[in-house]
Design a protein around this ligand. Structure first.
Ligand code: DAT
Ligand code: MG
Length: 147
């Protein structure tokens, strides 16, 4: 079963969107495997966003993601990596469709509410950055055969 790393960014936490976002993934039928409120260090932020190191917005991105607590999560389910990206919407909330998280709650690209892994390789890498194995729960929900 596939797993992905999702993170409600500091703007989402400040705007009281944790429950709303968690609720969408729960209702969709995905399974929450691990979650914690945490403040990201500069070192972890730079590792997590390493692919963007040369981009002009990298410094701003690291400053933003370390500016307040984030809600880090691991979710499990069939095709959860790509489906979560669809549910999040386009990177720039101005382009994100209504009904998506960024389309419904975001305004500008720098503060787009949520992060989600973009591939199986990213998911594996990002889960390992933010979680220890003993923080992840292996269980099956009774409703899983209906989802
Ligand atoms: P995504 O988060 O959809 O995977 P990404 O990996 O291209 O998007 O970029 C990572 C984050 O960097 C993104 O969520 C917000 C920020 N970002 C991207 N493009 C930006 C830009 N042009 N100006 C400012 N921040 C940007
Ligand atoms: Mg990305």
């Amino acid at each position: 079963m596939e797993r992905t790393y999702l993170m409600i960014k500091p703007d989402g936490v400040q705007r009281n969107l944790i429950g709303e976002v968690v609720s969408r993934f729960e209702k969709k039928g995905f399974t929450l495997v691990g979650a914690k409120l945490m403040t990201v260090t500069k070192e972890i932020a730079e590792t997590h966003y390493a692919e963007h190191k040369e981009r002009p917005f990298f410094g701003e991105l690291v400053d933003f993601i370390t500016s307040g607590p984030v809600f880090a999560m691991v979710w499990e389910g069939e095709n959860v990596i790509s489906t979560a990206r669809t549910m999040m919407g386009s990177t720039n909330p101005a382009d994100a469709a209504p009904g998506t998280i960024r389309g419904d709650f975001g305004v500008q690209v720098a503060m787009n509410v949520i992060h989600g892994s973009d591939s199986p390789e990213s998911a594996k890498r990002e889960i390992a950055i933010f979680f220890n194995e003993n923080e992840l729960n292996n269980y099956e929900k009774a409703v899983s055969k209906w989802v």
